[in-house]
Design a protein around this ligand. Structure first.
Ligand SMILES: Nc1ncnc2c1ncn2[C@@H]1O[C@H](COP(=O)(O)OP(=O)(O)OP(=O)(O)O)[C@@H](O)[C@H]1O
Ligand SMILES: [Mg+2]
Length: 457
């Protein structure tokens, strides 16, 4: 028989505890606690699978404080916050502090069951690294990285995807802000509806409002037809406001209104139109610093920064470089029909030493360029840009002497063979003769070294 799950619920209201118990006790073992002490008592005696915790306990005590203490004792116990309708912001704060999710105080049994299942699944994910990687590949096929920072990022993505809150993604250029935004949309319940990306930096100043909110025919010169804005196009789905720091003050005021009222005004329109859109904004600038210099509205900043996600620059998670390189090689194998592409250990050493100011986008471009330049299927340091190839890589501690020797030998063979092929206009028989080896041996070596034989020039 399957284990019956044990659920602990802490709430200061006896009535609520009893209602909760009658809702849940046919499916779960329910432990009730009316005070923090009772709850901790239960936790120390019994194996609890999931905890439900009221955000507002009696006597002005906040559920957040209890949450922090519970997390100290049992860091991977899934905790689901119980909230009255109004305190969604606090509930989100709770998620930042490690709560798994939140649910309203008039819960439905199906909703609770799903949440419990999901929270237990996430705990398993966290516990089992291998499972995490598979799960990640299933749900987020494209976000690669197995270091601690990327795992953390993936967990935030999955958490926030279950909610409808506004997300503010920050990170340097090329760190994957748009990729993360798309991932949140795809993992959310809106995934079958539109994902509309708007680059706020490239909007023409006079047309910002019309682009975002649409306009009515005849509302200004050139408005020959009624046009839907991006918000209306994204209705039911997600709007991605990229480079949000580039919006001018006027557009900031308009956007703030949309976030507050959940309705838009078309330019020249007479009645507001309700829209149901999840907003994800991104920036490579320090928006908070901009608010301090009055370059960005503070009220808008707080409306956007409900759930912040900050993506670290690649130089801070270099441990992911080998996996990223692997990922891009597999992509180009398909795109360029070049099977068995690889990067030599020496070239990888150089890639690991570089500081990557252009982050993952730069890595992607450099791998692609190297593959196009390389006459073989193997990327050697000489096909990397000068500034990377010329980095003095300290005599590697990660490469053993036999590895270094093998690589030096392979490189020498490859150079000699390529030179012979070139000098003999890619005539195999001639090249083999000039190298002093049988033709068959040359074929074998080429295939082993990944040298693609071309037709004679
Ligand atoms: N973790 C990752 N795994 C695989 N590919 C990634 C990852 N992060 C970024 N990329 C790839 O790097 C490129 C840049 O990503 P993206 O466009 O999302 O960055 P960005 O932060 O929006 O950059 P910019 O600020 O320049 O607009 C894309 O091709 C994306 O697919
Ligand atoms: Mg971008």
């Amino acid at each position: 028989m399957e284990d019956v799950r044990t659920v602990l619920v802490l709430d200061d209201s006896k009535t609520f505890l009893e209602d909760f118990d009658s809702l849940m006790s046919s499916t779960f073992v329910v432990l009730q606690a009316q005070t923090e002490r009772d709850a901790l008592e239960h936790l120390s005696r019994k194996k609890v699978d999931v905890m439900f915790l009221d955000l507002m306990l009696g006597d002005g005590q906040s559920g957040l404080d209890v949450l922090v203490r519970v997390k100290e004792i049992l860091p991977d116990l899934p905790v689901i916050m119980l909230t009255a309708h109004a305190d969604v912001e606090t509930a989100v704060e709770a998620m930042r502090l490690g709560a798994f999710h939140y649910v309203s105080k008039s819960p439905k049994i199906e909703e609770l069951k799903t949440l419990i299942d999901k929270s237990l699944a996430e705990r398993t994910l966290k516990r089992d690294y291998q499972v995490l990687r598979e799960e990640v590949q299933r749900v987020s096929g494209k976000i690669v990285g197995n270091g601690a920072a990327m795992q953390e990022l993936l967990l935030s993505i999955h958490r926030v995807a279950m909610t409808d809150v506004t997300v503010l993604i920050s990170g340097e250029s090329g760190t994957g802000k748009e990729l993360v935004a798309r991932e949140i949309h795809m993992a959310s319940k809106r995934h079958e509806r539109a994902f509309v990306a708007v680059n706020c930096g490239s909007l023409v100043k006079d047309l910002v409002e019309s682009e975002l909110f649409g306009h009515v025919k005849g509302s200004f010169t050139g408005a020959t037809q009624t046009k839907l804005g991006k918000f209306e196009l994204a209705d039911g789905g997600t709007i991605f406001l990229d480079e949000i720091g580039d919006l001018d003050n006027h557009a900031q005021v308009k956007l703030l209104r949309v976030l507050q009222e959940k309705e838009i005004d078309r330019v020249g329109g007479t009645t507001p139109i309700p829209v149901n859109v999840r907003v994800i904004a991104a920036t490579n600038r320090d928006l908070f610093a901009m608010t301090q210099k009055s370059e960005f509205r503070e009220d808008l900043f707080y409306r956007l920064n409900v759930f912040p996600i900050s993506i670290p620059p690649l130089r801070q998670h270099k441990e992911d470089i080998p996996l990223l390189v692997e990922h891009f090689l597999r992509q180009y194998e398909v795109q360029l029909s070049r099977p068995k592409l690889r990067v030599s250990p020496m070239a990888l050493e150089h890639l690991m030493e570089y500081s990557w100011p252009g982050n993952i986008r730069e890595l992607e471009n450099i791998i692609q360029r190297a593959i196009l330049l390389s006459p073989t299927n193997i990327v050697e340091p000489e096909y990397l840009p000068k500034e990377i190839a010329e980095i003095r890589v300290p005599i590697s501690e990660s490469l053993s002497l036999p590895q270094l020797e093998r690589e030096a030998k392979e490189r020498a063979s490859r150079l000699a063979i390529l030179r012979a092929l070139d000098q003999n206009e890619w005539d195999i028989r001639e090249a083999a003769r000039s190298l002093g080896i049988p033709e068959k041996t040359l074929y074998d070596k080429c295939s082993k070294l990944g040298i693609k034989l071309r037709k004679k020039a």
